[in-house]
Design a protein around this ligand. Structure first.
Ligand SMILES: NC(=O)c1ccc[n+]([C@@H]2O[C@H](COP(=O)([O-])OP(=O)(O)OC[C@H]3O[C@@H](n4cnc5c(N)ncnc54)[C@H](O)[C@@H]3O)[C@@H](O)[C@H]2O)c1
Length: 249
């Protein structure tokens, strides 16, 4: 028996990194998986390797969320697991704020999960045990000078998560909602840093982490999976930090 046998799961940003590892784990553990992303080539290949269905979905576009939900409605009539994982993390700071970049980051990182929750609630309400997992970040909990827009958006995701959890408990919906907060994880999202600053960028990050290394995508997927499946059935509105001790000091 898989740990999510028979469940219907949608993972955004499943074409790379943490989302890819989550898609693979969901599929191995028995879920019917929908992989949503804007990177079609990688997404189609990963979906194919995991008997999953690829959906082209830009999470910042409400109409694309509605199309994705219509497809899942037609296929299954319900959704059990929504993982709002898609994201970008460009650098900026409050001394040189570019509002076009601010709005771009907000549209994907904060509005994406909000639109996703809004679009998916009708199908999640049809589940026996629905679960939403939102990817925030340690940057949504502590300050980081070089992540102005991203940090503000991820802090928004942290609060959005708790508000959704409260909505669902108050209205007696069978849906839990939790957030996962990775620290520095070795995925392609760090490629821009590596290209700009070279190995120094990574070694400095590693030195700042009490466990002395970057995290792996699978280590975050493990946390997402726990919150998504029924093993966390009494957990809602909480935040799970996966950062090698970075925020413990
Ligand atoms: N890697 C880290 O160090 C780290 C740390 C904290 C939080 N996170 C968060 O984890 C999540 C996954 O990041 P990752 O490290 O796997 O990055 P990644 O770059 O490997 O993967 C991100 C995926 O999101 C997709 N994506 C980007 N914009 C999209 C959009 N508008 N619509 C749909 N898909 C879109 C990309 O195509 C890509 O497949 C993100 O929300 C990120 O902010 C990552």
């Amino acid at each position: 028996m898989g740990r999510v046998d028979g469940k219907i799961a949608l993972v955004t940003g499943g074409s790379s990194g943490i989302g890819k590892a989550t898609v693979e784990m969901m599929a191995v553990e028995g879920a019917t998986v929908y992989l949503a992303d804007i990177n079609d080539d990688q997404g189609i290949a990963i979906a194919g390797a995991n008997s999953a269905t690829f959906i082209h979905l830009d999470v910042s576009q409400a109409d694309q969320w509605q199309s994705a939900m219509a497809l899942i409605q037609a296929d299954h009539g319900r959704l059990d697991i929504l993982v709002n994982n898609a994201g970008i993390s460009p650098h900026d700071n409050y001394e040189s704020l570019d509002m076009a970049l601010w709005h771009h980051i907000m549209a994907i990182v904060l509005e994406g999960p909000a639109l996703g929750v809004n679009a998916a609630l009708p199908l999640l309400k049809q589940s026996q045990a629905g679960s939403i997992v939102n990817l925030s970040s340690v940057a949504g909990i502590i300050g980081a000078s070089g992540y102005a827009s991203y940090g503000a958006a991820k802090a928004g995701v942290r609060n959005l998560t708790k508000s959704v959890a409260m909505l669902c408990t108050e209205r007696k919906y069978p849906i839990r909602c939790n957030s996962v907060h990775p620290g520095s994880i070795d995925t392609p999202i760090l490629d821009a840093d590596k290209a700009k600053y070279g190995d120094k960028a990574i070694s400095q990050r590693e030195k700042s982490i009490p466990m002395g290394r970057l995290g792996r995508a699978q280590e975050v997927a493990n946390a997402i999976f726990f919150l998504a499946c029924d093993e966390s059935s009494f957990i809602t509105g909480t935040e799970l930090i996966v950062d090698g001790g970075f925020t413990a000091r």
